[in-house]
Design a protein around this ligand. Sequence first.
Ligand code: SF4
Length: 453
Amino acid sequence: MGEKSMGLSLKEGLLKEREAFVCHKEKNGGAGFKCDSESVSGAVSQRACVYCGARVVLNPITDAYHIVHGPIGCASYTWDIRGSLSSGEEIYRNSFSTDLLEKDVIFGGEKKLAGAIDEIVEKHHPKVIFVYSTCIVGVIGDDVDAVCRMAEKKHSIRVIPVRSPGFAGHKSMGYKAACNALIELMGEEKSTEEKIEGINFLGDFNLAGEIWIISEYLKKLGINVVAKITGDGKCEEIMKAKRASLNIVQCAGSMNYLAKRMEELYDVPFIKVSFFGIEDTKLSLLRIADCFNDPQIRLRAERLLDDEINSVIKELNYYRERLKGKKAAIYVGGGFKAISLIKQLRDLGVETVLVGTQTGKKDEYDEIRMLSNEGTVILDDSNPFELEKFIKEKGADLLIGGVKERPLAYKLGVGFCDHNHERKHPLSGFEGALNFAKEIDLTVNSPVWSYIR
Ligand code: SF4
């Protein structure tokens, strides 16, 4: 089946270099599909830079100090536009910057960085500082590793370089730089201390308290959370993470690398999970329970699922009736979220007509293709032009995305659901599934649509 048989000109208007990143779901639609590679220059990618990717992962560690070594502009990427919550320390909500100026670019910024570390130590007595390299630091060649090493010796604290100059790739490389910094915090050597019975939760950033919702489920199952990495994260906890018995990985795009490294270095196995939507939340809890080989945990999981599903099913059915037959476009950061969203929307009777991600991997796109209906447009590392073209062509009623997609939905006059780090309400677990249905209903069935042509 070719693109013409779908009644659409799939590649029309696209940059030639972008054509391989877009396909229809059809029998052989995935052949030659390109993803997980550099952005096409000139295509105005929606991806953030390497430094921003690293910051996404590390910033939620609540008791760490984050120094951005670079111009003040880079430091504007702060907690305020992410919003992960803390059960204790609040220091992570501040940004520290070396504020590099022209003379620092000419003469080097190492002294300024050392001074900034000294000043923070004197005023705040931190235990852990992360130092992020930005573009200009990569260009002028400051030896950030050496400055951090010297500061560690001088102050007897951990000062960890995050090797994240913005031009060194794209957001995914920032995730990797952050994971390497976390390994540095834990130490590469295996722990000689006793194992701790319990799990680490990787790749939840505690937006609107989501990690607390899932931790509560796990507590009811009798499973202890050793470290939260990184939502509501605490340095002490993270340093103990290598002694845990299992890693569960939600945001695979950012944390798969860390999970693999922890398996190699510390023998901590991992499984992938997702707590978006009833189906995935249920499957994930059962999979976690089964990892413990304990019939009591399995029994408690089954009881919890019965209770939780019963508590939301009536209201969910109400929204299913109202949403039946609507069409959605999805454009999110990682593949795992897109996969869960397709299932969640299907459960609500909403058809996904467009799906794309910033950093999805090949195996995730294979699963996306398998889950999608014939004719669904699938695209990697997209841009406003392509999203607009396909939202219009496919007649989507709704766009699910983040802060960069929001204006596009408003401009096109379609509903919008924020599924990124700026939102203030939880979308995880059973209560999150209900919030999601409510939000989709509010935007798609808003009376405002009857007033516009
Ligand atoms: S691209 Fe470079 S200059 Fe821009 S925010 Fe990222 S690190 Fe800073």
